[in-house]
Design a protein around this ligand. Structure first.
Ligand SMILES: [Zn+2]
Length: 100
């Protein structure tokens, strides 16, 4: 059973994405989330290796827009123009879990 967030909000002043799960609530920094983008531009599809240079992510990156994709993911339009990454609930859940 995959966890589904009950709320996701972009808190632009704090620069974090606030995600409410049924057992916890987390604030994930935008800059961190942007760096975790798993789209084909950011990660090599074959090797899983990150192509995105984290140093190229602006420290003040923000969320321009978010849209739900079906009932399993959210697409984030970042202020650097990048919008091809989907963040599935599963992925967000992973990122919300401090130690693995
Ligand atoms: Zn990406």
């Amino acid at each position: 059973m995959n966890p589904v967030p009950s709320d996701i909000r972009a808190l632009r002043e704090q620069g974090v994405l606030n995600i409410v799960w049924n057992d916890r609530q987390v604030d994930l920094p935008f800059v961190y989330l942007r760096g975790q983008c798993a789209c084909a531009h950011c990660v090599n599809e074959w090797t899983g290796e990150r192509i995105l240079d984290l140093a190229s992510v602006p420290a003040d990156i923000s969320v321009e827009k978010m849209e739900l994709v079906g009932s399993y993911a959210v697409r984030i339009l970042w202020s650097d123009g990048h919008n091809s990454g989907l963040y599935t609930w599963e992925r967000l859940r992973e990122l919300s879990t401090p130690e693995r």
